[in-house]
Design a protein around this ligand. Structure first.
Ligand SMILES: [Zn+2]
Length: 105
């Protein structure tokens, strides 16, 4: 059953009643019943809020990675600065892994 099939459809045509999954919204934390087992958000508002947040995070991450590239350019073969750049890069990805399900930067 897809998201657009009315809950009463099974009464009309004998298709099985929908199975609902108790989920917790990843944005607001409220519990909700979802027809999909992989649902993450309770509403379109929460889905959009998450989308805006991850778009912003992508932009900020690109800026940070660009800054790290600048450090590498300035560093030349300065091992300490190159190590610092590598550490900053690791920190960014550890942080991203903690706040997103996936990252493709
Ligand atoms: Zn929500």
């Amino acid at each position: 059953m897809d998201d657009y099939t009315p809950k009463w459809q099974h009464l009309a045509d004998g298709t099985p009643a929908s199975v609902t999954h108790n989920r917790e919204c990843k944005v607001c934390g409220h519990g909700f019943n979802a027809s999909r087992s992989d649902a993450k958000y309770c509403s379109q508002n929460c889905r959009k809020a998450q989308s805006r947040k991850s778009e912003k995070m992508k932009r900020e991450t690109k800026k940070a990675i660009h800054a790290i590239e600048e450090i590498r350019t300035i560093a030349g073969d300065d091992k300490k600065l190159l190590a610092l750049a590598a550490r900053l890069e690791d920190e960014i990805f550890v942080t991203l892994a903690g706040v997103t399900d996936k990252y493709d930067y």
